[in-house]
Design a protein around this ligand. Structure first.
Ligand code: PHE
Length: 334
């Protein structure tokens, strides 16, 4: 057969096959048939080129390349065409489907409780102050009249930061109580004082339904002339009722803290039993002396409440560990 005629036949056949093909799979079949390297029409054509007389070979060879390139170009152009049309017609975009609503976060129940506490105590005239979570022994123990041999200082009951260098205030630890902020506040201002401080405290307790090794406290301190225990009880009772409702039952039990005298423990009715929610008392004269206040001139009360316990009662959460698990199903309820 005439070689040039074979080229024309090949080109025509390829052209119509490409025109007929309407998707990528069909075009792939066409490619295999017309451009396949192992067998197929191109291979046949190549064999034919091999039979050309030697002096015609350069011309025939050049024509072979041209024809093959043309088919290749046609094929690619068609492939580009079908893939764009496919995207438009067989798109999975369905404008009638409802949109994906954005996932909105919410405030953690503890954060909400803290804001609420701040607001309530603000109405009682208490300013909010902050203190550091990493403390020295001076603020966590010494100035609070906690003696050297007191069990609360036991290294096993505290998170001492062993690698940290001791400072002027002694060895460093994660604060075990927010009472540290009483000291920091009185160190930095003269009386009268009326503050609350809300934040995290750390104790290596065994975790259970009501204990966690990190929890939150609200510390309160009021110092002025003639501050009384009756005022302390009034503030705490009013506070508990404002937060938990008028029916909440609160009781005060005589207790002991090195930094208050007299001291009480505060309980709240929890079902049929009582749950401890904090400690309180009249500021011990030794604490006033440690910060340079004159105990003959001023008196004061202080309290420290467990924020989680209030939050549990308020939202009817029966296990403190739920607050820290980051379970979205739990957190979504608030
Ligand atoms: N700091 C005490 C505690 O963590 C609570 C407390 C605060 C008691 C203030 C009396 C006065 O247990």
């Amino acid at each position: 057969m005439d070689i040039l005629q074979a080229f024309t036949n090949y080109l025509n056949a390829a052209q119509s096959a490409i025109t007929e093909a309407s998707n990528a799979e069909q075009l792939e079949q066409v490619r295999i048939e017309f451009l396949g390297q192992k067998k197929g029409k191109l291979k046949d054509l190549q064999k034919l080129v091999g039979t050309a007389p030697p002096k015609e070979k350069p011309v025939v060879g050049k024509k072979f390349n041209e024809v093959r390139n043309e088919v290749q170009a046609l094929l690619e152009a068609k492939l580009a065409e079908v893939s764009t049309t496919t995207n438009q017609t067989v798109s999975d975009f369905d404008p009638t489907l409802p949109g994906q609503s954005p996932q909105l976060g919410g405030m953690h129940p503890i954060t909400q409780t803290i804001s609420h506490f701040r607001e309530l105590m603000g109405r009682f005239g208490f300013d909010v102050v902050e203190g550091p979570e990493i403390e020295d022994e001076l603020h966590n123990f010494d100035a609070l009249n906690i003696p050297e041999d007191h069990p609360a200082r036991d290294p096993l009951d505290n998170f001492y930061i062993a690698t940290a260098k001791a400072t002027a205030g002694g060895p460093i630890l994660l604060r075990s109580q927010t009472s540290t902020v009483q000291i920091r506040t009185m160190e930095s201002q003269p009386p009268p004082v009326r503050i609350v401080s809300l934040g995290r405290v750390y104790r290596p307790d065994t975790m259970d339904a009501t204990h966690s090794c990190m929890f939150h406290q609200m510390e309160g301190l009021m110092v002025d002339r003639h501050v009384t225990m009756a005022q302390l009880k009034t503030v705490l009772s009013l506070f508990a009722r404002s937060f938990l409702g008028p029916d909440v039952e609160i009781r005060f039990r005589p207790s002991f803290f090195p930094f208050t005298e007299p001291s009480v423990e505060v309980d709240m009715k929890w079902g049929d039993s009582w749950m401890e929610i904090g400690g309180a008392g009249m500021v011990d004269p030794n604490v006033f002396k440690a910060v340079g206040y004159d105990p003959e001139e001023v008196s004061g009360f202080a309290f420290g409440l467990g924020i989680e316990r209030f939050c549990m009662k308020h939202y009817e959460v029966d296990d403190i560990r739920r607050f820290y698990e980051n379970d979205v199903r739990f957190l979504k309820q608030f």
